[in-house]
Write a protein that binds this ligand. Structure first.
Ligand SMILES: Cc1cc2nc3c(=O)[nH]c(=O)nc-3n(C[C@H](O)[C@H](O)[C@H](O)COP(=O)(O)OP(=O)(O)OC[C@H]3O[C@@H](n4cnc5c(N)ncnc54)[C@H](O)[C@@H]3O)c2cc1C
Length: 371
């Protein structure tokens, strides 16, 4: 069976590696000159365990399960962070510390409470409570190198697939003139659109150098900020829920244009806001962290006030559309697709008119080994 995958980020690469390993003939199309040129190469590198998502059950449970599956499947592509602190600030959080702890404990996610005097929280202030977690850091550079080498025979770099190139026919789906049995859109909503309301959000994170290594600090829950290590030793990112977003777009071309033409003055103004926010909880931030530069990237998000960052897969005829949430949910996408391949078509075809209604694939089928 021949499968086309579009987009060589975490989703496209994992799906290509998995499907290839179990015997499918795969072609992976990527418009960039390399793998991981989208959000997969520019994010906060957090291998989530669920601590970020006190307000969304599905996201929390997908992360909790995806975390251990990620370590099992890709043992060399993440590493621990010795002191990985989550803290609930006094007065600024959407939920109080005891509620936060109760949600995590009842979700079966382990943590250790830290007292105010613990060395790992030295210099931090205005906190109602703090915990140490086992959350890890994703080694993005190692992942890109691994997939680049492993998928080399099936990668078609520098190849942009357009909607008008895709035609469903009686014997399969065609990209240009080439026939495939199925097509998987792993562009995070940039080629076809998932059957939920989405928007595109250009983003800004800030890189800093520090001697405070092997340490992460995340404030929850709401309009707060975090410091997280990168895969470069001594380098971290600073992220801020209110200041990281650079806009809200329904059109991807407009979102990409806004990101490409972002004025340096905007980054400068934003940096002052990021730093003012982190100093509120870490007054001596400037003494330990030195600014390096910006990281510009793009998120695709579901419309709504919920904190849902789960993964969804839609199928329309022979075309799958993957709406990724985070890195840990790659396994959800793979399972839903593999359990649907070979099943009768849902809807009646994919073409320029997008006539039929796509079907949301749900449920967790029996575990499929990708080893
Ligand atoms: C600022 C920020 C911080 C984040 N932090 C975290 C975090 O700490 N932990 C976490 O788990 N997740 C995080 N995320 C989310 C995570 O980055 C994404 O969920 C994940 O990388 C999405 O992977 P993807 O493969 O779906 O998309 P992408 O990595 O965006 O890959 C899509 C690929 O498709 C290609 N493409 C697009 N259109 C076409 C086309 N027409 N033809 C061919 N190729 C095309 C693009 O070039 C790109 O390479 C963060 C995201 C951002 C932006």
């Amino acid at each position: 069976m021949k499968i086309a995958i579009v987009g060589a980020g975490w989703y496209g690469c994992h799906l290509a590696a998995f499907l290839r390993q179990i015997g499918f003939d795969v072609a992976l199309f990527e418009r960039g000159a390399e793998v991981f040129t989208g959000a997969s190469g520019k994010n906060q590198n957090r291998l989530h365990l669920g601590f970020h998502y006190a307000r969304d059950h599905t996201t929390r449970f997908q992360s909790r399960d995806g975390f251990s599956r990620f370590i099992e499947r890709y043992p060399n592509l993440s590493r621990p962070v010795t002191d990985n602190i989550y803290a609930v600030p006094q007065g600024d959080s959407l939920i109080d510390y005891r509620t936060y702890k109760a949600i995590m404990a009842s979700s079966g996610i382990e943590f250790e409470e830290l007292g105010e005097g613990h060395a790992a929280v030295a210099g931090l202030t205005r906190l109602a409570g703090r915990i140490d977690t086992e959350e890890r850091i994703v080694d993005t550079g190692a992942a890109a190198r691994f997939f680049r080498a492993y998928l080399d025979p099936v990668l078609r770099l520098g190849t942009c697939v357009r909607r008008e190139d895709i035609r469903e026919a009686a014997d399969g789906v065609r990209i240009g003139g080439e026939r495939f049995d199925y097509l998987i859109d792993a562009t995070w909503g940039k080629l076809t659109r998932p059957e939920i309301d989405i928007f595109y959000e250009p983003t800004l994170l800030l890189y800093y150098e520090t001697r405070r290594t092997d340490w992460a600090f995340t404030l929850v829950d709401g309009q707060l900020c975090s410091i997280y290590p990168t895969d470069v030793p001594g380098q971290v990112t600073l992220s801020s829920v209110p200041h990281t977003p650079l806009g809200h777009f329904t059109d991807i071309a407009a979102a990409e244009h806004a990101l490409a033409t972002l004025p340096a003055a905007t980054i400068h103004e934003k940096r002052a806001l990021f730093e003012a926010q982190i100093r509120r909880y870490y007054p001596a931030f400037d003494e330990s962290f030195t600014y390096v530069g910006p990281q510009l990237s793009m998120k695709t998000k579901p419309v709504g006030a919920e904190d849902n960052r789960a993964c969804y897969v839609f199928r329309q005829g022979r075309v799958f559309c993957v709406m990724s949430g985070k890195i840990d949910t790659i396994f959800v996408a793979a399972e839903r697709i593999i359990s649907s391949i070979g099943q009768p078509d849902f809807g009646s075809g994919f073409g320029p008119g997008f006539g039929s209604v796509p079907t949301l694939l749900t449920g967790t089928p029996a575990r499929v080994s990708a080893r």
